[in-house]
Structures are given as C-alpha cells and as structure tokens.
Design a protein. Structure first.
Length: 466
C-alpha cells in the first residue's frame, strides 16, 4: 500500500514536470511558492492527489491485491492491477469534472494515470520475482498438509509442487480411516491419522490444511473449531464441505477450486512496522558502530588464530536452518570439545552454559560480557533471517529435544534480544527460558519490542552478558 502511494506521487510529479518542461528543483520552487499551476489550485491539486491515492488503495484492497499470500497467477494479478488503476483514474476524472477545475491540465491527469498503471504493473512483476526468490530461500512459504490419500490428494500435491508462485511446501498426507478412496502411490508421505492432524500440524509448522475427502458434519465442526484454536488455515474441496460453507466464495489454488473454511488473521500493519524498524535500526547501528566493528576484527586477528567470524547453523522461523553470524569468541576446536565439558554444564534441560568456559579466548570474555560478539547478527536481520527482538535462535540439537508445545517459539522470526535476555539471562532454568519466549510469541506487540530494546541497552551497558 505504501509503494502504491509512492508510485502515485512520483507519477504525478513526473507528469507535471513533463507538462511544464521544467526540472525537479525549479518545479519544487514553483510549487512551494504556489505558482506551479495558474490560479490558487495547489491546494486543490494536493487534495485530488490524496483522493486519487485513497481511491487506488481502496479499489486495490477490494480486489484483494494486498493479500499477504497470493494464489492468483501473474496475468490475473496484472489484470486486477490495471483495473484498479483505471477505476481510480475514472474516479479522479469524475471528481475534477464535478469540481469544475479547468485550471488543472487534462494532459497531466491522463499522463499520471498512464504512468501509475505502468509503474504499478512493473512493480508487481518485480515484487513477484523477489517473492519467488524468497520462496527458494524458504522465506514466506506456507507449509501444507493434505487430508486424504486418494487420487485427488495426490493430484493436489503434484499441482502445488509444480506451481512455484503458490509458495506451498508439502509436508505430508493425513490418512482418514474409512475414506472412500484408499491410499494410492507410496505411503511414505503419510504422516499420521486424522486424530493426529493438529499434532502433526504443530510438528511440521503447518500453515494450511486441505481436505480432499468428506467428513461427517460433527467431525468437520470439531476440526474447524480446533483449527481456529491452533491458528491453522483450513481449505476444503467443494464436494467435501457438507453444507458448512454455503456463503463462502470459491478460490482457485492454481487450477484447483477450494473453499476457505477458516483463514487466520495476521497483524499485517504491525509486522510491516516491525520489519521497517528492524531495517532502520540495523542499518543505523552497523553504520554508527562500523569503527568498533573494524577494531574488533583487528583485535580478534591479533588475539588468536582462526577465522574472525563464527558461523553457526541455527533454527529459524518454521524450522528453517540459516547461518547465524557472530564474532568468534572461542578457540577454533570449541565445538569438538563441547562433549568433554558436558559434565560442567550449569543449565538444566537442553541448554548448555559454563561460567568459566576454558574454550573462550581472552578477548572473547570481554566481547561476551558486553554482548559485542553479537553485533554481526544485524547482518542476519538485514537478510531477514532474524529480527532485532524475538526468541533466540536455537541449535538443532536443542530443537530435537523440544516437546511439542516448545515448538511454538519457532512460529516467529528469532531475534538478537528478547524477554529472556533482559529478564532472566542468568536464570539456569529451561522452563523459565521457554515460558518467557512463549509469552512473547502469544503477547507480541510493537510496544513490547520497543520496551525490550530499551531494556537491552541497559543490560549491555551493565555488562551482564556471559
């Protein structure tokens, strides 16, 4: 929505400058003085510009062009985008006609509408290409379970696997006892029965469940209630809903007609603000602390042999593995020596921490005390693997020991700092570690992030790191 607004403003500026054959600076000076268009029409021009932006946003929203997960093809999206731009343009032309504003050149209006339509279409193509690349990296994907093991289930699986822009990742079939269609093909992809549906959905970080076989009405109502409780989206093929979705529209997932029985709400605006905050703060911190980063790089090289950075495989959102970047604070063979020191572990559960770890270098103790070793993780934030605030990204050995409920902490993007870091960093209890992370996941707001960031600053300057 923001980009569409910026596109309209940019197109209007270019159309005006083209009409009056002037440069950007000269045009800005005339606009500031109120002499850009003859008569007292600058205020009217701004009003019409804002109205055009609002009209475009409203029409695009009605066409579901701001849906966070697109299931339409590129051509269908382009058709809707052109239709939205032209509809908003017609509303703009009607407003100018009704206001009797002959001082606003019609050529500016026509050029603006043409530029907006062209730029919006090109921008959506570019965003879709970037989205495909994110899908390839495992970002923004939707994990999928298919209930049923018959021919329709396998056809749906092949369909979503073959169409890249859908962004679905198949996680398995759910077998339904007594279904009219018995299993076809390999049974290796069957992950469980209907009674295990939501347990498997949690284990595989499933976003959406497709039903390809009919259920009894009472069973379907129970599944729908549980889906709402667990926040899992639910789709059914039209012949399976049994009267539960008489007023629901049919949506095509590729070529498959589906009926969405439940679609979870997502705080889109708040998540967008969180991402903007991550980008702005990370860029500012990296630029401001670049001399310190350079100094630490030199000191690590002088202090001990080995690489400057330590790259660790960590588990991110929905179980995706990524490389977490830190300044190296231990000797080169630290990972191999961990088993030897396991008897000195001071944390319970799956956590591992030693106060006077012999693997830590002299410089490493200082870097850890003031959390300076974690500064390179702001590059992870810029890449989108991490956020500034969130649960700490665990290693694979920890996740393998999680109970099913613990996996909820992986429903969100991991962070550099979080509630545990500012509230119970020295607490050895694994239960406290998990409970604080789950509290954050269930009660997240932008204001909570800001409070944690402010408290993190105090913790860093107090030197309570380890």
């Amino acid at each position: 929505m923001v980009w569409d607004g910026v596109t309209v403003v940019g197109a209007t500026v270019l159309a005006t400058l083209f009409e009056y054959h002037m440069g950007l600076i000269v045009g800005a000076r005339h606009f500031w003085r109120g002499t850009l268009i003859r008569g007292d029409s600058d205020l009217l021009l701004m009003t019409l510009l804002c109205a055009f932006i609002l009209a475009l946003l409203f029409v695009s929203h009605r066409f579901h062009l701001y849906s966070p997960h697109r299931i339409d093809s590129l051509l269908h999206e382009q058709r809707l985008a052109v239709q939205a731009c032209l509809t908003a343009g017609l509303l703009l032309a009607a407003a100018i006609y009704l206001l009797h504003a002959p001082q606003i050149p019609r050529s500016i209006v026509l050029i603006t509408i043409a530029l907006v339509t062209t730029c919006v279409c090109l921008r959506r193509v570019l965003f879709r290409i970037l989205q495909y690349r994110r899908f390839e990296r495992g970002i923004g994907i939707r994990n999928l379970l298919i209930v049923g093991t018959g021919p329709e289930a396998h056809a749906l699986r092949r369909h979503v696997d073959s169409i890249r822009h859908l962004g679905y990742v198949f996680k398995g079939f759910i077998d339904v006892p007594g279904a009219s269609h018995r299993p076809t093909g390999s049974s290796a992809d069957v992950v469980g029965g209907l009674e295990e549906l939501f347990e498997r959905a949690r284990k595989h970080f499933v976003d959406e469940v497709f039903f390809t076989v009919p259920l009894e009405r009472t069973e379907m109502q129970e599944v729908l209630f549980k889906a709402r409780e667990c926040g899992v989206d639910l789709r059914v093929l039209p012949h399976t809903f049994g009267g539960l979705a008489l007023n629901c529209p049919i949506e095509y997932v590729g070529q498959f007609p589906t009926i969405p029985l439940h679609r979870g709400t997502m705080p889109e605006l708040a998540l967008t603000l969180k991402r903007i905050l991550d980008l702005l703060l990370s860029t500012a911190i990296l630029l401001a602390l670049s001399p310190i980063l350079l100094a630490i790089t030199i000191l690590i090289r002088l202090d001990s042999t080995g690489p400057i950075f330590y790259l660790s495989d960590r588990i991110g959102k929905k179980g995706r593995v990524f490389k977490c970047i830190k300044f190296r604070t231990m000797v080169v063979d630290a990972d191999r020596r961990r088993a030897e020191l396991m008897h000195l572990n001071e944390r319970d559960g799956v956590l591992f921490k030693i106060s006077n770890d012999p693997r830590i270098t002299r410089l490493g103790r200082i870097l850890r005390k003031y959390s300076l070793d974690e500064l390179p993780q702001f590059f992870n934030v810029l890449k989108g693997d991490m956020s500034i605030v969130g649960p700490r990204p665990p290693v694979g050995s920890e996740v393998r020991q999680y109970k099913l409920d613990h996996l909820r902490r992986l429903d969100v993007t991991p962070g550099i700092t979080g509630l545990w870091q500012v509230q119970a960093r020295q607490d050895p209890s694994f239960d406290s570690y998990i409970s604080l992370d789950l509290f954050y996941v269930e009660n997240w707001t932008i204001w909570l992030d800001l409070k944690i960031i402010l408290r993190t600053i105090a913790v860093v300057f107090a030197g309570t790191g380890s």
